[in-house]
Design a protein around this ligand. Structure first.
Ligand code: HXC
Ligand code: NAP
Length: 284
């Protein structure tokens, strides 16, 4: 989508960049000229991704985002490797579907710790480093559309993503004076092994018809999300700050609009309804 070289000069840290959507973003960032660092807990996944994409332009760092010490050390290693880091994509996440009453405290905490505390740890480390070194950094937080609607059965994730969105908007204002931008992307469903194993396992796919819930009647393609992320991290988006961009085929609005389910009504039924409504209008 963007011109070759659009991300030249960018050094972007993508947490959870060894798998799924993170890996797809990394691939495209590198194609556009960025140097990228990827982190996660599993070293083999990171190495595999680096070897697949580009050993020269993808630097793998093992780092559990829940641990602030590990996050500081990862940033230090990235800066030592590339000489600078000027972008951060908070993409690492944990999630699974469950009725909330079945969750232990530890199960709820683990999601809050990965998503909210993890994004906070990486943002605070990078933000302070950028302020200290006069670097106009950019943060992109990968949230979800239920960050603002909430959603049953993924309550820890909804709670954490809502916090990440609040952090995005707060720092967009507070740290703009240092030249920083803080934005978010809210994806709808994009098939990945990580998300599908935990949220839409085959055993329940006959109960939830995902595509019928989406006005565009399809799930997202990874490249579509990578295009948007690359734009948000590029200088073409230099004036975009504090924004959350939804990329979901219209899914969340489908559920929100009072009359959206009227799509199911046939033309014949509309003919009949129109007659009834017109007649009622005359009477009232
Ligand atoms: C109830 C569960 C559970 C489940 C785990 N737990 N799975 N409780 N139902 N299905 C409980 C455990 O019993 C334990 O509590 C606690 O959670 C921690 O579990 P561990 O397995 O010890 O944790 P850990 O090995 O650190 O794994 C973390 C994880 C795992 C979040 C549970 O799934 C993970 O590593 N996920 C990372 C990748 C991921 O989730 N990707 C999907 C992102 S998709 P007790 O009390 O028993 O000790 C996404 C998309 C959203 O966010 C939108 C889609 C449209
Ligand atoms: P994924 O492949 O499971 O990605 C999650 C990544 O986070 C993994 O690489 C994982 O690596 C890493 N991670 C998890 N816990 C971590 C920790 N404690 N420390 C460091 N890294 C950790 O899932 P995905 O679908 O691509 O999700 C990517 C992002 O998109 C997430 O923020 C998710 O909420 C968001 N999202 C996805 C969808 C979708 O439909 N796929 C929709 C909306 C939003 P390790 O396990 O090796 O640590």
């Amino acid at each position: 989508m963007l011109r070759d070289g659009s991300l030249e000069g960018k050094v972007i840290w993508v947490t959870g960049g060894g798998t799924g959507l993170g890996k797809s973003m990394v691939k495209y960032f590198v194609e556009l000229g960025a140097k990228v660092a990827i982190s996660g807990r599993r070293e083999e996944k990171l190495k595999e991704a680096a070897e697949e994409i580009s050993v020269e332009n993808v630097f793998p760092v093992v780092c559990d985002v829940r641990e602030s010490g590990q996050v500081d050390a990862a940033l230090e290693a990235i800066v030592a490797h590339y000489g600078e880091c000027n972008g951060l994509v908070n993409n690492a996440a944990g999630n699974f579907i469950s009725p909330t009453e079945r969750l232990s405290h530890r199960a709820f905490d683990i999601i809050i710790d990965i998503v909210l505390k993890g994004s906070k740890n990486c943002t605070l480390s990078c933000g302070k480093y950028w302020i200290k070194n006069n670097i106009p950094g950019s943060v992109l937080n990968i949230v979800t559309t239920y960050a603002w609607t909430g959603s049953g059965f993924v309550v820890p994730s909804a709670t954490a993503k809502a916090g990440v969105l609040a952090m995005t908007r707060s720092l967009a204002v507070e740290w703009a004076k240092y030249g920083q931008r803080h934005n978010a992307i809210a994806p709808g469903p994009f098939p990945t092994k990580g998300a599908w194993d935990r949220l839409f396992p085959k055993e329940m796919s006959d109960k939830v018809d995902l595509e019928s819930r989406i006005p565009l009647k399809r799930v997202g393609e990874h490249q579509e999300l990578a295009n948007l992320a690359a734009y948000m991290m590029s200088d073409y988006a230099a004036y975009v700050n504090g924004e959350v961009v939804t990329i979901d085929g219209g899914e969340w609005l489908q559920g929100a609009g009072q009359f959206n389910q009227m799509d199911a009504i046939t033309q014949e039924e509309w003919d009949m309804l129109e007659k009834v409504v017109r007649s009622n209008q005359k009477k009232s």
